[in-house]
Structure formats: C-alpha cells, structure tokens
Ligand binder design. Sequence first.
Ligand SMILES: Cc1ncc(COP(=O)(O)O)c(C=O)c1O
Length: 393
Amino acid sequence: MFQKYYQKIEELKKKDQYRTLVNVTGSVGAEVSIDGKKMILLSSNNYLGLAGSWEMKERTIAAVQAIGTGAGASRLISGNLGIHEELEKRIAKFKRSDSAILFSTGYMANTGVISSLAGEGDLILSDNLNHASIIDGCRLSGAEIVKYPHKDFDYLGNFLSRRRNESKFAGKVLIITDGLFSMDGDLAPLPQLQKIAKENNGLLLVDDAHATGVIGSRGKGTCEYFGLKKENIIQIGTFSKALGSLGGFVAGPEIIIEYLKNTARSFIYTTALPPSVCASSLAALDIIEKDPSIRENLLKNVEIVRNGLIDMGYNCLDSRTHIIPVLTGDAGLTMKFAKGLLEKGIFAPAIRPPTVPDGKSRIRVSLMSSHTEKHLEMIIDGFRSEGKRLGII
Ligand SMILES: Cc1ncc(COP(=O)(O)O)c(C=O)c1O
C-alpha cells in the first residue's frame, strides 16, 4: 500500500533532493540555536528583524489580552473584527491603493486572487520563475496559462500581439509576476509589463512578498521603486516576511476587492486571522514608517556582502537586493557547501530542485538588518573558505 511512497523517497534521496526539518530554537533574530549551537541565521525572510522586536511582542500580547486568541469564524460569518478592517485600510494606504483584503497567508492570497480573477476562456501570462503559490493559483483558475521566459517582456509583447491578430480573443488577460524574485533576488521589469498589460486591456498582478517593507524609498515595494501609477495594477503581499508577522493581502481598485470578498474561496472558506496577528502587522507598519534606519541598515549590509561575494568570484546573478543567490550548480555540491557553512556557525540551507531548475542549485543568502559587522565578516570568511575548499571559486 505504501510502496510507491517509499520508492519516491528513495528517488529523492538518490537525486540529493530529500528534505528534512531543522529544529531551530531560541528567539528569532540574526542568531539562532540549532542542536544547542549558536548560528548566524542567513536564510530568514525576517529581513528587518521585526519578528523579535519588543514593540511587536508588546502589541501582540496586548491584542490577545484585549480581544482573545482566535477570530472564531470566517470573515463573512462572524469573524470580521474591527482590527481586520483597520489592517485592511492601513495596508491599502501603505500600498497607495484604493482598497485591500486580508488572507490568512500569502500563499492563500495568491491562490485566491488568481483563481478568482481568471477562469476558463481567460489568458494568464506568468513569469517562469514565479513562486509556487502563483503557479498553484494559475492551475486552480482553469484559465489558459502561458509561461514566459524570465523577465522577457519582448517575448510577452510579441506573444500577445500575435494572439490578437490570430484569433478573436474575448477573455481577460492577466500578467502575473513576482515583484522581487524569491530565489534570484532580481526585480521584475514592471514599467514594461504594466504597459503591455494596458495595451491588451489586461491587469498586472505583482506579488511583492519579498519587497514589501524593504524595496522603494519608503519600503512600500516594487511599485513605489518604479514610481508606477496604480491604474491597472493589483498588488499582492504578505506580512510574514519583512513585516515579521503572518497573513497575506491583496491591494487594488475597490471593485476588485469587493469581487474578491465575494468570490475568492481561500478568503471565504477559512477562519479569519487571529486578532493578535493583525496587531503584529499593524505594529510592523508603524515601525517601518517611523524608523527608516532599519531598512537603511539592511541596504548597507547588502552592499557589503554582495560586493564581498562578487569580489571573490561568485556568480550572484542579477541580484541587487537583500536576497543574494550564490550559485553552486550541482545539488550534491550545494549540500556539501551548506554543511561546511553550518560547521562554521552559519545557517544557510542548500536550495535545490524542484525549488530551482536543475543545475541551478545555490545557497540563497538572505540578509537581515540586524546582522552585525562581526556577522558580516564571518559570513564573508565562511564563503571564502568553503568556496575554495570545494573548488567553486
Ligand atoms: C513570492 C512569494 N509569494 C508568496 C509567498 C507565500 O507567502 P506566505 O509565506 O505568507 O504564505 C512566498 C513565500 O515564500 C513567496 O516567496
């Protein structure tokens, strides 16, 4: 009865794609404990270090005391609390959108918004490096899905103009992209994508999971970074990464948000977020807006580490952000690299297929604002000695 599952596990082990969970203990910060040993954390999405901040903790605890631990029902039944609506208004304002809707996770925001806005007879154009939650949302929608080569807006424009000439296409057009790509650390060419979407009477959906709180002059994300007008854009995001909390959101025109409240299954058929989680997210937005030095420190750390890695001869692709891919290629070699780093007190797991394509395994360095100068020195030294030992540099 279980034979097929055993076989699959054996196959994964042979391909160096078998995964295990690492038990991380202690409070979340730039250092964590693994098997009782202190490690520099180089793989967290808690980019601004807010998940461990006293202000976030205090506001979260206060919400538990004032409101309780759970919402008790879905939003459309009796779980719609004042704090949900407060957070929706706040994130809409932060994203400079007309309106917003919360989801329990970023994953659920993607599956909900995509499967709601597109269906049979519609066309979705999706960057081939988009996150798994976007891919799953596309599959759920039942629309025609065309994956375009990474960031290739010429391909996209030509494809759509051919499609317009060839057939009488009457469906909706959705272009979907990560704003900041989670594994390559590069930014999507949003101005060009927005223009192409407009020429085709379509919408541009931008998943800013990794950009919210960090990218743009006030950390509002990639749309702020590129100075885009909001007209045909829908922004998706999560509170779980730089904002150190949990929960997804979609921000966009009133009519789209109203439509999602009525049709998005991952919004309708699930219990509303706990109020304490919304309080954490509100606290994070307050901190980000009042203290830009946290973001500035992260950018400074990025500059130091990226320059250090490139000077050593590493291939860090096109990244200029806090996500720095350090290409190692082979999955087995990448595992050895990650193990070597771990022995030096640096926790940066190997990223392997199917998360990234075959031959593109890597160590995904994700920097935090709270990494100190000492941490940065140890990181650079660790990559130098492991890279030399394994013949990568
Ligand atoms: C680009 C992208 N979108 C969405 C998500 C999902 O967000 P969450 O962790 O809040 O479910 C992730 C998480 O890894 C992501 O990288």
